[in-house]
Design a binder for this molecule. Structure first.
Ligand SMILES: Nc1nc2c(ncn2[C@@H]2O[C@H](COP(=O)(O)OP(=O)(O)OP(=O)(O)O)[C@@H](O)[C@H]2O)c(=O)[nH]1
Ligand SMILES: [Mg+2]
Length: 780
């Protein structure tokens, strides 16, 4: 049976030999390495069938490595291993169909060990079998393609690499750990199996080393062995040189005597590092020596080793080591000395500082004492200055006091003079006032004789005496003044600028106090300001008093003319304010209303004579149970009272008359009160009354208006619908039995149903029936 084709796989350690084999075989037949050491320790064969059924044996060889960097087998040992395998194959007349040399293309620089490996491999192959040699560059998946191609070109063209083999027709192929679909295409990247199968077409060959070994040469004597030995010798020399350089450097460093602590420490560190390097080199040197001489005579005789020289060198090294140890000891001693010197110095410094400290304290004490003395001196100076200052001040104060006393005396004299002048002036003023009053009273008397209507009637009945001659009136009429009366909804109230001392209900203010333009709005504003009233915008202005509606804000009043609204006492402006405070005040001002007829000091104004307003209370209720009126004036009928129409708030309606009477009588107008005229005719609050007419409700003492409280209407009720009743067409039929209603209005009733309805009195004082379906009783 024909033996399987034999293919050797060689190369440096870790270049991917086992990986390549596993790829070709299609399974992990051999271990793949993970470290620097050669994973494959000895030559191992793997047999498999290529696709056309031809058996192939792949020989996985241990990789050459740099023994300086690994603790594993040295290249020499590996070469012996490979040599033994080649010799064995030769003995069996087994030729190689192919020899693959794998090289890591991603290796950045092809260093010493790689070059040595290549050199050995070239010698191992020899000049003949170069067609059967394939240099397989690996790790293409890890290198940039451009870089890889560049590296590959270098490998092919440089003598120290594979130029010799390329010249002898060896081939190159690329390999990488690609997934099948990502593997680059092209002849440079042949499938690994084809690299092998292509070789099978060639004639198998012996390699040079097989032949050499067959001639009886030892491995070390083969061409590859000699290359390796020369390399090792060179390495040995290099290392010895390195050792001596290092020793020299260490000695130099030790000799540098520096007091700089940092620099010294740096030098020490460098020495230690160099010593470690040296020891490593020495170890390697020993290993190398052992490797080279392990096999004994043949290698030594082939290239005579400089044993004597080495012995001398070894001795020299020992001496060097002793020398180093000696220098180290000396150095340590110096360090100790320095340390001690430092400690002594520190102790001395401490002693010095302690001594200095004491002297410092003494110095400080003396300084403090001096400071104290200085301070004492300063204090005594200051107290002396203070005493002097006090003396000076006292003198100043005395002088100033004398000056002031003098000034006071002068002032007193001036005051006395002024007092005298003042007394004189007062006397003159008094005299002039008396003369003025006398003149005024004379003028007044004349005026009353001519215009009796301009003088208030004291009893309100008219025809009485004119104003008393004794009255201290400040009356002063003329177009230069504006006259006015003030009202709340309950009636008149007093002015802060009264025309008369004894009738403060008519006010008077100089026209110039009203800033133009004299619109109703600006007059209202000025009046409210001068009278101290709030909310002028809510006030209403009436002129004349009897006008049924207030003047519009934009209307103008002529205050400059000789006569006109507000320019005389007889035609005053009426200002009706809403102020709640004033309303309350007016409600409480009973005593300020016109007093009884026998009060001769009261001036009612001329209109008083034209009014006689009489009412009686409870007239409807009892018919005889009348009460005494608060303004009673007729002893024969005490229920009769009277009020001045001037006190009724405009516009003059039954409602404002009712409010005024109620106020005078101290009643609160409620829906339970109603005003009647002509005995039993109910007046509605909106009924207009014209007091200028000859007769008006209550103008006749014999036919007074009556304010009645009806005790029947005690229950409150709420109207539930709005209805105007009676409709205009049926007025004749129904009036006044049924009452018009406003939804939600509160009315008063006796609570008795008569003819399907309640008798009610509404807020206007209107009385009538409301259907029971249109009312809800609140009080039951
Ligand atoms: N990315 C990449 N990794 C590779 C390639 N070839 C080998 N390796 C990796 O390199 C390491 C060494 O591979 P091995 O196949 O053990 O190398 P070896 O030449 O057999 O090494 P020795 O044990 O010294 O003989 C392993 O981790 C492999 O997976 C390659 O082409 N590309
Ligand atoms: Mg391997």
């Amino acid at each position: 049976m024909k033996p399987a084709a034999l293919i050797a796989i060689m190369g440096g350690t870790g270049c991917g030999k086992s990986t390549f084999i596993n790829t070709i075989v299609g399974k992990d037949v051999t271990d793949v390495g993970h470290g620097l050491e050669s994973q494959t320790a000895e030559v191992k064969e793997y047999e498999f069938l290529i696709p056309n059924g031809i058996p192939v044996t792949l020989a996985d060889t241990p990789g050459f490595n740099d023994y300086n960097e690994s603790g594993g087998k040295s290249d020499l040992v590996i070469l012996r291993e490979i040599g033994g395998y080649l010799k064995a194959k030769y003995d069996k007349k087994r030729k190689f169909s192919g020899i693959l040399y794998l090289h890591n293309i991603a290796d950045p620089k092809v260093g010493g060990s790689s070059q040595r490996n290549i050199a050995m491999f070239k010698k191992l192959c020899g000049p003949d079998p170069l067609k059967n040699v394939v240099v397989v560059t690996t790790f293409w998946d890890e290198v940039n393609m451009t870089q890889g191609v560049k590296n590959e070109a270098e490998l092919k063209t440089k003598d120290k690499f594979f130029k010799e083999l390329v010249d002898g027709k060896c081939r190159f192929a690329r390999f990488g750990k690609y997934s099948p679909e990502k593997s680059p295409k092209g002849p440079e990247f042949p499938p690994p199996i084809s690299i092998v199968s292509d070789l099978l077409a060639l004639n198998p060959v012996f390699v040079e080393m097989q032949r050499e070994l067959a001639e009886g040469k030892t491995v070390e004597k083969t061409s590859a062995g000699v290359v390796l030995y020369k390399e090792l010798q060179e390495l040995n020399r290099q290392q010895e040189k390195d050792i001596s350089d290092l020793n020299q450097k260490i000695a130099e460093l030790k000799s540098i005597n520096t007091s700089d602590k940092v620099a010294r420490e740096a030098l020490e560190d460098e020495c230690i590092a160099l010593k470690a390097q040296l020891e490593e080199l020495v170890t390697k040197q020993r290993n190398l020596d052992q490797e080279v001489h392990s096999d004994g005579s043949e290698l030594v005789s082939a290239i005579p080793p400089p044993r004597r020289e080495r012995e001398v060198l070894a001795k020299q090294r020992e001496l060097d080591l002793d020398n180093i140890r000696h220098i180290e000891l000396q150095h340590e001693l110096e360090l100790l000395k320095t340390q001690h010197a430092k400690e002594i110095l520190q102790s001395q410094l401490q002693i010095r500082s302690l001594l200095d400290g004491n002297s410092h304290d003494a110095y400080q004490r003396s300084q403090l004492e001096r400071l104290c003395e200085d301070l004492t001196a300063t204090v005594s100076d200051l107290s002396q200055s203070l005493i002097k200052l006090r003396e000076t001040k006292e003198q100043d104060v005395l002088a100033r006091t004398a000056e002031l006393a003098q000034e006071c005396a002068q002032l007193r004299a001036t005051v006395t003079t002024h007092s005298k002048t003042l007394a004189h002036l007062e006397l003159q003023l008094k005299l002039s006032q008396e003369a003025q009053e006398k003149m005024a009273s004379e003028l007044s008397g004349k005026s009353d004789n001519h215009t009796s209507s301009s003088t208030p009637s004291p009893d309100g009945k008219g025809g009485a005496d004119p104003a008393s001659k004794d009255e201290k009136s400040t009356k002063n009429t003329g177009p230069d003044y504006v006259y006015y009366r003030l009202y709340t909804r309950l009636g008149a109230f007093e002015s802060n600028h009264p025309l008369y001392k004894n009738d403060r209900f008519i006010g008077r203010i100089p026209t110039k106090s009203f800033s133009p333009p004299h619109t109703v709005a600006s007059i209202k504003l000025s009046l409210c300001r001068l009278e101290g009233l709030s909310e002028p915008d809510k006030a209403l202005l009436f002129t004349p008093l009897s006008s049924p509606a207030p003047k519009a804000d934009s209307a103008r009043l002529s205050l400059e003319g000789p006569s006109g609204p507000g320019l005389s006492e007889q035609d005053p402006i009426a200002l009706v304010v809403e102020s709640e405070m004033r309303t309350e005040e007016v409600a409480a001002q009973l005593e300020k209303l016109p007093k009884r007829s026998d009060d001769t000091k009261v001036h009612y104004g001329k209109s008083c004579r034209r009014l006689l307003l009489i009412w009686c209370t409870h007239q409807l209720n009892s018919g005889k149970g009348d009460e005494k009126a608060k303004t009673s004036f007729d002893k024969s009928d005490i229920s009769l009272g009277r009020i001045n129409t001037l006190f009724i708030t405009p516009p003059h309606t039954a409602g404002s008359l009712k409010a005024c009477i109620a106020k005078v009588e101290g009643l609160r107008v409620t829906q339970g009160h109603a005003l009647y005229k002509d005995k039993d005719i109910l007046m509605s609050d909106t009924d207009v009354i014209t007091f200028q007419d000859k007769t008006y409700p209550g103008s006749d003492e014999g036919n007074p208006v009556a304010l009645a409280t009806d005790s029947k209407f005690t229950k409150r009720a709420q109207l539930t619908s709005t209805y105007t009743f009676p409709p205009a067409d049926y007025k004749v039929l129904f009036s006044p039995t049924w009452l018009s209603t406003n939804k939600d209005e509160i009315v008063h009733t006796d609570g008795v149903i008569v003819t399907d309805g309640y008798l009610v009195i509404n807020s206007k004082g209107e009385k009538g029936f409301v259907h029971k379906a249109k009312i809800t009783l609140i009080d039951r």
